[in-house]
Design a binder for this molecule. Structure first.
Ligand SMILES: O=C(O)CCC(=O)C(=O)O
Ligand SMILES: [Fe+2]
Length: 940
């Protein structure tokens, strides 16, 4: 226990007084006597260099690098500022306390007062930075101090083998390489760094000459001088052979981190962005490639290793706790130690274990040890291992990994960034400006462009042409542009992302503040219910007003997915077993239409099947397209045989009968009327060839965890009455009914009446057999880059709506003025967009809103939840009606689909099969984790 300066703002009864050297204790007591006669406490004498400075360092291991220091902000001073506790101050370390009148041998002392008031008065009396007459003209520095209890951890026992450590998936091989190879490897990385530095210096010199010549030619002397000076600075920097610490890495060449240096080969890891730069750096040098191959062949590894990070640690330097980003690297992490031992610790939850990594040893982190435990190296100069003190020397570690192109699907979601695990931020990723500065000037850009292996390296070969899975398929008019990573100008895509993220957070905050202000004026809070204006959506949902339905879906499905595409995509990666087994049931070489493909997560599930993905949200189609051309894919990886385009599922731009299979996963529930659902299913039937099969999944009314789902959603009451109870007819009833044709969908709004065999009620069953409509929120966190735009839009939409409401004559609450919902809007609800009929602004239910408490922009998505019989009956109805266009003539062969044909069916013409009965069969309907799934086949 001792004392340290208190953090700013903390007032205690102790004062830290600097500048006391040569004063006596008596003098100090006298000066401060007017404020309560404090006791003077002296700090420890400086520690004697003992057998163990290192021993002390090892035993009093520095605080865990990841946890905030147990001492307050002045912890670095702890050892020098430490004094024994008051009762032993003058005995423990100073057996001969100085006489009261003897000059003090220390530069600072501590004063203990009776109470905080006395200490505060004394502190206030000391002139800041000026001579103080009462102290004999000395300048005293003054601060509050507080007791520091030494909470430094006792060093934990260090395991010597993987078995002893006992973390599954971890393997340690001792003496994996010999001393000669060890020396060669270290020499190779040093040489690589030197070569890079040299080349960069030459390039910089060239650039400097070029820039100066250019400037001189232009006769702009001043500018020329400026450019030349910059270029010269760049040369100097390059000559030092180190990056500028801002992550301008290259292929080889040391990058300076705070305390250690790193080099990257194959791909560069950007510590500021905390992600791998997807652009390959070029082939690894032979020494690294050879080693990578050898390691890859180990049974514990068994995977290609295409990325190498070399870390250099000097004694006292460690590494903060982290998991290697799941989404960036796949499979095992392989670490070869050279030059010196170190101790690596692994921790999970409150548990931590330490393992000795001797020089020349090989560590493999796989499975649980790689995905679920953080690893780190305590910052020490020596390690106490089995009672023996091992001094650390320069350690160079070689960490080999495989870059991953797709989100992680591991079984350890806690630490999985792909699965929304909470990754503690690293120090570097929190630095406010680092990694965001644009490259300073053209000369420096040229320098980087010219550096071998640097920014100017040719990009990975242009992505292979996407598979052309069918003849005569029309693509979206403008193929989706690759979204990320942006072209970077020396600064890197990650920097741009980081930059983009900053204003978004700011915009979020600004948005929140702005709304908070407005909330004040309306007298309403921010987080209110959406129920009020959800009713306006209900006016459209389930009705037969086609324009209103389209507008509802545009607002509450398409626009939302466009706005949240990349965030949504980051949460969608798990391949559903049911969909996988459906895909596996298809013949090799099958062509599959993935209608509403979202981020394209089913592309490539089967490498011998071509998937044609389409989505009405161009945002999601872009994400899916990016998957095909992802620069993150290692060059050797074959992209899946797939393509992505923007298309409306109700108007699929494909030839009739061209697909062997169809996926329609989590799409049908976004269709806002029974007729539109049947239309979508009939489109699937149309593109299937006879014998082709489809799987359709929808959200079920029977949610597995209703408290976390339905209870949080906003129900939309059907305009013509409440949804039917779940006691709907068994599928067979609907199936039987379906054979007789399809009723007018308008009739379906008579939902809840129940349907029975012989009523020809397939579509009617689809409408009302227990299903229910909801608005389901999506929270787009402020820190997402896309949140900035969304927040601004949400705010301006809300302002407009408010303005419209205010402009309305008093008492006019709109069309629905008599309803309580409209009433609520008329009061000026600021938490939801309202909008619809109430102010004639369109189809909207709740508009996106900024929720300051949740730190997110909240969107509302329209969903229709299904019962089993309802889904079954809907499919039966579509089978009975036949493929889209079958009854409308003409359109089917044209490869394009107008609304006409369905209109015929919807109008009740039914019997698309020309009275020949259903065109196929419903093979199965089953429940899978809150979803109903139907598999059906087209037979003719
Ligand atoms: O240097 C080491 O041993 C560990 C390196 C590491 O964990 C990393 O680079 O992610
Ligand atoms: Fe690591």
């Amino acid at each position: 226990m001792g004392f340290v300066k208190a953090p700013p703002g903390v007032v205690t009864r102790f004062l830290w007084v600097g500048g006391v050297y040569g004063m006596s204790m008596q003098q100090l007591t006298d000066i401060f006597a007017p404020y309560g006669r404090p006791t003077v406490l002296l700090p420890d004498p400086p520690a004697k260099p003992a057998a163990g400075k290192a021993a002390a360092a090892a035993a009093a291991d520095g605080p865990d690098p990841s946890t905030p220091s147990s001492a307050p902000s002045a912890a670095p001073h702890a050892s020098s500022a430490t004094v024994p506790p008051p009762d032993s101050t003058t005995t423990a370390n100073s057996p001969q306390p100085p006489a009261p009148s003897a000059p003090l041998p220390c530069f600072h002392a501590f004063l203990e007062f009776e109470g905080e008031g006395d200490a505060a008065a004394a502190a206030a009396a000391v002139p800041r930075g000026a001579a103080w007459a009462a102290a004999g003209g000395r300048k005293l520095a003054i601060n509050f101090a507080e007791i520091w209890r030494d909470k430094r951890p006792v060093p934990r026992p260090v395991a010597l083998s993987a078995a002893e450590l006992g973390v599954p998936g971890l393997a340690l091989a001792l003496d994996f390489i010999g001393t000669r190879e060890e020396a060669e490897l270290i020499a190779a990385v040093d040489a690589a760094a030197e070569a890079t530095a040299h080349a960069a210096a030459e390039a910089a010199a060239e650039a400097a000459a070029e820039a100066a010549a250019e400037a001189a030619a232009r006769g702009v002397e001043a500018a020329g001088a400026g450019v030349a000076a910059e270029a010269e600075a760049a040369t100097r920097e390059a000559e030092h052979g180190e990056g500028n610490g801002e992550g301008e890495g290259s292929h080889g060449g040391w990058e300076m981190m705070a305390k250690r240096r790193v080099q990257h080969f194959g791909y560069r890891f950007d510590y500021a962005a905390r992600n791998v730069d997807p652009r390959p750096l070029g082939p690894m040098p032979p020494w690294a490639a050879g080693l990578a191959e050898r390691l890859a062949a180990l049974p514990e590894v068994s995977q290609r290793l295409d990325q190498l990070t070399v870390n250099e640690y000097h004694p006292g330097v460690g590494l903060a706790p982290h998991v290697d980003l799941h989404s960036a690297f796949t499979g095992a992490i392989v670490i070869l130690s050279a030059g010196s031992h170190t101790v690596m610790e692994l921790r999970r939850g409150g548990e931590a274990r330490a393992l000795l990594l001797p020089p020349r040893s090989l560590l493999v982190l796989a499975g649980e040890s790689r995905y679920d435990w953080q690893h780190y190296i305590p910052h020490r100069v020596a390690d106490l291992v089995g009672g023996e003190l091992l001094q650390r020397g320069r350690r160079v570690s070689f960490t080999f990994r495989q870059v991953r192109g797709f989100p992680c699907d591991c079984a350890f979601p806690t630490m999985c960034d792909s699965q929304q695990g909470v990754l503690p931020p690293t120090r570097i990723s929190q630095l406010p400006t680092r990694g965001m500065q644009p490259l300073r000037d053209a000369a420096a850009q040229r320098r980087l462009a010219a550096a071998p292996g640097g920014e100017g390296l040719p990009r990975s070969p242009s992505p292979p042409a996407a598979a052309a899975p069918g003849e005569g398929l029309s693509r979206s008019p403008s193929p989706p542009a690759a979204e990320e990573p942006p072209q970077r100008e020396g600064g890197g895509g990650a920097r741009q992302q980081a930059k983009a993220a900053e204003p978004s957070a700011a915009a979020g905050a600004e948005a929140a503040a702005s709304l908070a202000g407005e909330a004040g004026t309306t007298g309403r809070g921010l987080g209110g219910s959406n129920g009020a204006s959800a009713a306006s959506a209900a006016a459209a949902a389930g009705s037969d007003d086609e324009a209103a339905l389209e507008a509802l879906e545009a607002e509450h499905v398409h626009k939302v997915y466009d706005a949240i595409a990349s965030h949504f995509s980051s949460t969608r990666f798990a391949v559903w077993p049911a969909v996988r087994s459906f895909l596996e049931s298809l013949p090799p070489g099958a062509l599959v239409a993935d209608v509403g493909c979202g981020n394209g997560k089913y592309f490539g599930v089967r490498r011998d099947v071509a998937v044609l993905g389409s989505d009405v949200s161009s945002g999601l189609a872009q994400v899916a397209a990016q998957r095909l051309h992802a620069p993150g894919l290692p060059p050797s990886a074959r992209p899946p045989a797939a393509d992505a385009l923007v298309a409306d599922g109700l108007r699929l731009p494909y030839r009739t009968a061209c697909c062997d299979g169809a996926l329609c996963i989590a799409v049908l529930h976004h269709m806002s009327s029974p007729a539109r659902r049947v239309r979508l299913l009939r489109q699937l039937l149309r593109v299937l060839r006879p014998g082709g099969r489809a799987i359709v999944t929808v959200w079920a009314v029977e949610q597995e965890d209703p408290a976390k789902t339905i209870a949080k959603w906003t129900p939309i009451a059907a305009p013509s009455g409440p949804a039917a109870p779940a006691s709907a007819p068994e599928p067979d009833a609907g199936a039987a009914a379906g054979a007789g044709g399809v009723d007018t969908p308008g009739a379906a709004s008579g939902a809840g009446e129940g349907t029975g065999p012989g009523t020809g009620a397939g579509a009617r069953a689809g409408a009302g057999a227990g299903g229910a409509d909801y608005m389901v929120p999506w929270h787009l966190p402020f820190h997402r880059p896309e949140a900035s735009k969304a927040a601004r839009q949400a705010i301006s939409a809300q302002r407009e709506q408010r303005a419209r409401r205010q402009a309305r004559p008093a008492g006019d609450s709109g069309e629905g003025g008599s309803s309580s919902e409209a009433g609520a809007e008329a009061e000026g609800c600021c938490c939801c967009g309202g909008g619809n009929g109430a102010d004639g602004s369109g189809p909207a239910g709740p508009a996106p809103r900024v929720d300051a408490a949740k730190g997110a922009v909240v969107f509302q998505r329209y969903y229709h939840l299904f019962t089993r019989p309802e889904l079954a009956a809907l499919v039966e109805a579509a089978l009975a009606a036949g493929p889209a266009g079958a009854d409308g003539g003409g359109a089917a062969g044209a490869g394009a689909e107008g609304p006409g044909p369905e209109a015929g069916v919807e109008a009740g013409s039914g019997g698309g099969g020309g009275g020949r009965g259903p065109c196929g069969v419903l093979e199965d309907v089953f429940y899978d984790r809150s979803n109903w799934c139907a598999v059906f086949r087209r037979d003719r």
